[in-house]
Design a protein around this ligand. Structure first.
Ligand code: FES
Ligand code: FES
Length: 170
């Protein structure tokens, strides 16, 4: 049995130690927001936060999450209105949408670590998240928009810290 905190809730799963975290999230725990893209850690579609750090869940064994805190796209907000999600909508980022949950999770981690990223910071932090629709410029704009919202309100990213801490009301 492997135990971890998922989006603020304690979870126990009885799976083989080498089961990818992505399979546990999607197949065992029925959270389908995290996507399977390449399966080999190259595209970022499967990105989740593990103790606040973005990881590729397709190539992370579930044992790496033991006793840790996992945050998926479902854990960012109860109504899809986390500041980064709002910025994504306002900038009309998604095209096909497939890569977007992974993109958003990487952006959340970036902004938690660096509330005022430069374009270069964004490009560096997001370089592991591939978008076949080429939404990169919109993604960059949305990250700046979310950062601006935080600067104006002073608390727009409170949800980010709560989500990473697993404290979002669900
Ligand atoms: Fe995990 Fe592509 S599906 S990095
Ligand atoms: Fe289609 Fe990124 S929006 S792959």
């Amino acid at each position: 049995m492997i135990s971890f905190t998922l989006n603020g809730q304690p979870r126990d799963v009885d799976v083989a130690d080498d089961t990818p975290l992505l399979w546990v999230l999607r197949d065992e725990l029925k959270l389908a927001g995290t996507k399977f893209g390449c399966g080999i850690g190259q595209c970022g579609a499967c990105t989740v936060l593990l103790d606040g750090v973005p990881v590729r869940s397709c190539s992370t064994p579930v044992t790496a999450a033991a006793d840790g805190k996992v945050t998926t796209i479902e854990g960012l907000s109860s109504a899809g209105d986390h500041p980064v999600q709002r910025a994504w909508v306002e900038e009309q980022v998604p095209q096909c949408g497939y890569c977007q949950s992974g993109q958003i999770m990487s952006a959340v981690a970036l902004l938690a670590a660096n509330p005022r990223p430069t374009d270069a910071d964004i490009d560096r932090a997001m370089s592991g998240n591939v978008c076949r629709c080429g939404a990169y410029s919109a993604i960059r704009r949305a990250i700046h928009r979310a950062a601006d919202a935080e600067a104006q309100s002073g608390d727009a990213m409170a949800g980010t810290a709560d989500a990473i801490a697993g404290e979002v009301d669900r």
